[in-house]
Design a protein around this ligand. Structure first.
Ligand code: SAH
Ligand code: SF4
Length: 396
């Protein structure tokens, strides 16, 4: 290989054994788990079966203790307990909104914290999962965008958020009990903190675990990935994940989108639309959700609504347009469009033949709504300063 050859990662990543401790099994793909078990002395011929058994205990039954894995021989369980752990992020706090929305603050390795939101609805329950601590992008209307990227989450930390929520909702099935078809946690949206397509491999591995038929068993139709428009990764999302796609569109001219969603300067509206047009066929999925945050006087005119439809029609994209009333946060430079304006905008889109639901903000009282998430450590620091200022105390 020449020195200038691109670095590709086409070989399986074998989990790194850290000198200070055992390997966490949560987040490993089946192949990675198999390699780890063989590495720990499992005969190759047995490894696939052991993966199946352990996988079911972890992801189907929600077990965290090797001692409970009763279809494995006792000495084998002891070996597992010696070399491996089954660990998920730790819940630091949980807030429950008046509307039933739950916001969790979880701590991950290194002491970093991310937020996870559970939104109960009549016929389903959606978990809004984070993919990064902070975000490298700086969308001007997004609270997370004001926080620098600290790091990507591992696959274990991403699927661990789902496992944490199932713990809290007490939703792991009991062995032998009749299968309950109504799920409290029935959908996942990758709409928490971070840009999921800038953490592609870990997001993919975690979502594969969520979809695995021997485990959490969520259909790919119940998983939605939201991206600000990392165009080169959109085709990969179709091929390697195959979930539903949502796009943070938010503006109908490059001028405005450059300001609201600065990644537009790298890949503009036309390039983005072309990649979206190819998505449904490549992923065998249905409509693409266009997310559109309603900002007073910025992107909410009738002309914007007409231009939006024109973009979607010109590229023949099967679409649904989700209008999001802007959720304010301390210091935000925008105002939410009026209800009348939002309704008028929705009406134009609807009359053109597209679904245009207006998203009801959920969990606003606990700062759990779209775009309001930010690491609590940073917020706590801010609010202490604010409190001091309000109390007239010396600041420092
Ligand atoms: N980084 C990804 C996913 C996380 S954001 C993305 O940008 O798509 C989830 C959605 O909330 C995105 O559509 C985002 O643009 C939107 N959003 C961000 N800040 C918001 C705010 N203050 N009010 C309403 N929606 C917001
Ligand atoms: Fe990052 Fe998404 Fe917020 Fe933009 S909207 S700053 S991509 S989290």
């Amino acid at each position: 290989m020449s020195a200038t050859a691109p670095i590709t990662q086409d070989v399986m990543t074998i989990p790194r054994k850290l000198p200070e401790g055992p390997v966490n099994l949560v987040g490993l793909t089946r192949d990675q788990m198999r390699a780890a078990l063989i590495d720990a002395g499992t005969p190759e011929k047995q490894a696939k079966m052991r993966v199946n058994q352990i996988w079911q205990w972890i992801y189907q039954w929600g077990k965290r203790d090797f001692a409970e894995m009763t279809n494995l021989a006792k000495p084998y369980r002891a070996m597992l307990a010696d070399k491996f752990v089954i660990e998920i992020p730790e819940v630091v706090s949980r807030q429950i909104s008046e509307d039933g929305t739950r916001k969790y603050l979880v701590r991950i390795a290194g002491g970093h914290e991310v937020e996870v939101v559970y939104i109960p609805e009549e016929d389903r329950g959606t978990l809004c999962v984070s993919s990064q601590v902070g975000c490298t992008l700086t969308c001007s209307f997004c609270h997370t965008g004001t926080q620098k990227l600290v790091r990507n989450l591992t696959a274990g930390e991403i699927i661990g958020q789902v496992m944490m929520a199932r713990d809290d909702l007490e939703e792991w099935p009991t062995q032998g009990a009749p299968k309950d078809e109504t799920r409290l946690l029935s959908n996942i949206v990758l709409m928490g903190m971070g840009e999921p397509l800038y953490n592609f491999d870990n997001v993919r591995d975690a979502m594969k675990i969520a979809m695995d038929p021997e485990g959490i068993q969520l259909s790919r139709r119940r998983i939605t990935l939201s991206t600000s428009g990392v165009v080169p990764e959109i085709a990969r999302t179709a091929q390697e994940i195959g979930c539903q796609l949502a796009i943070s569109f938010h503006a109908t001219t490059d001028d405005t989108r450059d300001k609201l969603v600065p990644i537009n300067k790298r890949w503009n509206i036309e390039e983005l639309l072309a990649s979206l047009a190819a998505y449904p066929k490549a992923s065998n999925s249905e409509r693409i959700t266009f997310e559109y945050v309603m900002l007073d006087g910025i992107n909410d005119s009738d002309e914007d609504a007409h231009r939006l439809i024109d973009h979607i029609k010109r590229h023949q994209i099967p679409a649904k347009i989700n209008l999001i009333p802007f959720n304010e946060w301390p210091g935000a430079p925008y105002k939410r469009s009026s209800n009348n304006r939002i309704r008028k905008f929705a009406d134009i889109i609807y009359k053109a033949g597209y679904a245009s639901p207006i998203r009801t903000p959920r969990g606003e009282d606990i700062m759990a709504a779209c775009g309001q998430l930010k690491s609590a450590t940073e917020r706590a620091r801010k609010s202490r300063r604010q409190i001091e200022a309000e109390a007239g105390l010396p600041q420092g």
